[in-house]
Write a protein that binds this ligand. Structure first.
Ligand SMILES: *Cc1c(COP(=O)(O)O)cnc(C)c1O
Length: 369
């Protein structure tokens, strides 16, 4: 890799050459660009119901002058009880995305290879590249389901890490029991299996729970979950990793900054876990809206793979950037996909019923344009 110098400073060439992360547009920016006050923010898979009222109540006890607990003891204890996993195997992050970075920093050496899928979650590639790894992207199948044969074949070169998000971001489907078992049987002992379950709470009943599926495999693994989606705490940044082994968790802990999870995030996450009933009701409402939107999109003759998440990935059959601009002109933010081969796809979050109606009406106008 070429050396990179800026104003006499030699930069880390892996970091200097990273592609940008394709983040959803900020609401204030969208207001300015579109001239609309009421923005339907459907690009970042946030919870349209906000979060449990118990979270706001708990945050009243926040003391901003004190450092937060660097070990997140109360939150890890609550997660340990919920998941039936020793707290020593749990690492809490400033969002689960920080845990993706910590895994790469802990487990990669320059020249290592990392396997993931395409289309896929940007950070699974970006954090691997940042640590000097070579990234192998296995294309999803023609119907945009996971290509199990190809994923199994990719294990032949014994990558340092395989990252899979199931349910898939951006596509939506989840691995079923048989597919996950086939992949796990092919993962070599020297490969760290990372299952990113950011959308676990939105799956249907017969989807495997990654923690259970991995428990007795003997594979080194990490399962990632987050409070950003189902629990509605995206702005506070809190997610977690469950590692197969305490030493792996300790190394990930060394790979992050010590006070990575702020005090508000810790208080909010503990309170959110004390009101799972709120989360379940919210998720049920989102899933009902997801099916309503999927049916409306199918009735327009567009392809959108079946989703087990809080978003839909659809082929709008025209340039995704132009489609994004059309929606933005109506005050709606969606995410245009940019990965090669998927430039006519957009990802839309399942929002409130009113915002979803706005999206569907704007989609009909886009198709007529
Ligand atoms: C949203 C998301 C995350 C990151 O969520 P955080 O807000 O950082 O907890 C991780 N993985 C996938 C696949 C996601 O979609």
């Amino acid at each position: 890799m070429n050396e990179m110098t800026i104003a006499g400073i030699r930069l880390n060439p892996h970091v200097a050459a990273l592609p940008p992360y394709n983040a959803g547009m900020n609401i204030a920016v969208a207001r300015k660009l579109s001239g609309h006050d009421e923005i339907a923010a459907l690009a970042s898979n946030e919870n349209p119901h906000g979060c449990s009222p118990k979270v706001a109540a708990a945050l009243a006890g926040l003391d901003p002058s004190r450092y937060a607990d660097p070990a997140c003891v109360a939150l890890r204890a609550a997660l340990s009880a919920k998941l039936d996993v020793a707290p020593e195997r749990i690492v809490v992050g400033n969002g689960s995305e920080e845990m993706i970075a910590a895994i790469c920093r802990a487990a990669l050496q320059p020249g290592a290879s990392v396997v993931t899928v395409s289309p896929g979650f940007g950070l699974h590639e970006i954090e691997a590249l940042a640590n000097g790894a070579r990234v192998v992207k296995v294309p999803m199948a023609k119907d945009l389901g996971f290509d199990i044969d190809a994923i199994v074949a990719s294990m032949a070169e014994k990558p340092a890490i395989i990252f899979l998000s199931s349910p898939s971001n951006p596509v939506g489907p989840a691995l079923d029991h048989a597919a996950l078992s086939r992949i796990l049987a092919a993962v070599p002992k020297e490969t760290l299996f990372v299952l990113d379950e950011a959308y676990f709470e939105f799956t249907d009943g017969d989807t495997p729970d990654g923690l259970e599926a991995l428990r007795d495999t003997g594979l080194s693994h990490v399962v990632l979950r987050t409070f950003s989606k189902a629990y509605g705490l995206a702005g506070l940044r809190v997610g977690y990793a469950v590692a197969s082994d305490e030493r792996l968790a300790r190394t990930m802990t060394s790979a992050k900054t010590p006070f990575n999870v702020n005090a508000a995030a810790q208080i909010a996450a503990v309170a959110a876990l004390e009101d799972e009933e709120w989360m379940r009701r919210s998720v049920a409402a989102v899933k009902a809206e997801r099916e309503r939107m999927a049916a409306a999109i199918a009735a327009m003759g567009l392809f959108a793979p079946k989703s087990q998440t809080n978003f839909l990935f659809l082929d709008v059959r025209r340039d995704s950037q132009a489609a994004m601009e059309h929606f933005l002109s109506e005050g709606i933010i969606i995410k245009p996909w940019k990965e090669k081969g998927f430039e006519t796809f957009v990802r839309v979050t399942v929002g409130s019923p009113a915002d979803n109606d706005r999206f569907l009406a704007a989609l009909e106008r886009l198709l007529k344009a």
